[in-house]
Design a protein around this ligand. Structure first.
Ligand code: RNT
Ligand code: ZN
Length: 417
């Protein structure tokens, strides 16, 4: 897109917003400090690099077989660097344990340590990407339907050991990057059919978590993620929303909100203010559920817009961490990274541009019509001119120009895999 046009549009937008008391230059600065944590698993459909790799399990599924997925660590790194060249700003990388640099060796989940992530730590430094981390309790012969909540102490202990080791790795990552590494715990544990032992498994999960979190760390932060159900585990989920919200509130742990992990008519945006009164921080897994937790590519839809608006309205920008979590194997995977990341950024940009002072003034004075009218008008204000300027300032393709970039990389790189 022509630079002149972008600048001109921005100047007009600046004036329009100024008339409503919104400073677009300040929003550009805020956008620069808004970091996404890009999920490494979009590049290879959650496969990872274990030599002994098993099938994806745990009730999650990547569907589609679009050609060109990353087959090894070098390809995955190249793809992430390519994706990030089309996303303005600086971002983090969210790694799962199965993405370790195992150098062709069989390393079981209870044997992993920081040496397997040393090359990632260096790569992160070189590429200006701070790392976040996740335990991986699915896709393993010991995963079954129950991991941390398994009544079999041997299996439970195996996953406790895995999770403890992951925390130690996250601590080392955090120390090396001079910024806490956020480590997420999500386990698939549940049951396909009616269970008559709900309490027992939840008690096991609670005790396992207590053991895992016993060590205090300074350079990593824990977060815990609930969900409604997984495929094949429809009747019962050990780590439900109530379970983790209560655990987080009692133990001062960050709660992860995956936007696909609630009942379809439930507003995830509405949870932000309640949770932030009781838990220290939130981690987001921004996704797009279509009929179920389908992990479609994030787009700028109403739930996503509402969620980011709510964070801004709660003045909670620095108490929320912004992870993405989708895995679509049916379209160009690098393109999927860019679409979802830019959709999250655009949602945030629009949220930051909301004429909040004016809206709150109306609300305080019981001026319901005026509040609703301005909310409607704000939707069509030229927020896109501000986002385009943000892209221009960061030297990344503006508007739909990134489509050609993705196509070029496909022609030259991914189609040859
Ligand atoms: C699964 C959870 C979880 C995973 C990743 C791969 O339903 O959302 O966060 O998607 O850990
Ligand atoms: Zn998730």
């Amino acid at each position: 897109m022509k630079e002149e046009l972008i600048v001109k549009s921005y100047e007009i937008a600046k004036e329009r917003y100024a008339a409503l008391g919104v400073d677009t230059d300040k929003v550009l600065e805020q956008m620069q400090n808004f970091h996404l944590s890009l999920h490494c698993w979009q590049a290879d459909d959650v496969a990872g690099f274990e030599v002994q790799a098993g099938q994806l399990s745990g009730g999650i599924q990547a569907t589609g077989n679009y050609p060109g997925k990353a087959r090894n660590i070098d390809e995955l790194r190249a793809d992430i660097i390519k994706a990030k060249s089309m996303i303005p700003g600086t971002h983090r990388l969210n790694l799962h344990e199965i993405y370790g640099d195992f150098q062709g060796k069989v390393v079981d989940r209870d044997e992993v340590d920081t040496t397997h992530f040393q090359s990632w730590i260096e790569w992160g430094k070189e590429n200006d990407m701070k790392l976040d981390f996740n335990t991986t309790c699915f896709g393993h012969p010991k995963s079954g339907n129950l991991s941390l909540s398994n009544p079999d102490k041997g299996i439970r202990d195996f996953w406790i050991e895995h999770s403890k080791r992951c925390r130690a790795i996250a601590e080392d990552m955090g120390k090396a990057q001079g910024d806490p590494c956020i480590m997420n715990v999500w386990v698939h544990d549940g049951s396909k059919d009616i269970t008559v032992n709900r309490m027992k498994y939840r008690e096991n999960l609670k005790n396992s978590l207590d053991e895992i979190f016993a060590t205090e760390y300074k350079n990593m932060k824990d977060c815990i993620e609930s969900k409604v159900f997984g495929i094949g585990l429809e009747s019962y989920t050990v780590g439900s929303n109530e379970f983790y919200v209560a655990y987080g509130a009692q133990n001062n742990k960050m709660v992860t909100l995956d936007t696909g992990h609630f009942h379809p008519t439930e507003s995830v945006a509405d949870k932000v203010s309640s949770l932030l009164l009781y838990v220290p921080e939130l981690m987001l897994h921004v996704s797009r559920p279509v009929r179920w937790d389908s992990d479609h590519v994030t787009i700028m839809d109403d739930p996503t817009l509402d969620l980011f608006s709510e964070i801004v309205r709660c003045d909670a920008l620095d108490r929320v961490h912004y992870g993405l979590d989708y895995f679509d194997a049916s379209i160009n995977r690098i393109g999927a990274y860019v679409i979802g990341s830019r959709a999250a950024q655009k949602s945030m940009c629009r949220a930051l541009l909301e004429p909040l002072a004016k809206l709150r003034e109306y609300e305080a004075n019981d001026m319901g019509f005026q509040r609703l009218a301005l909310l409607e008008e704000a939707k069509a204000l030229p927020w896109n001119a501000v986002y385009d300027m943000f892209c221009l300032k960061n030297g990344v393709p503006v508007g739909n120009d990134f489509i050609a970039e993705v196509e070029k990389y496909e022609a030259e790189v991914t189609s040859k895999r």
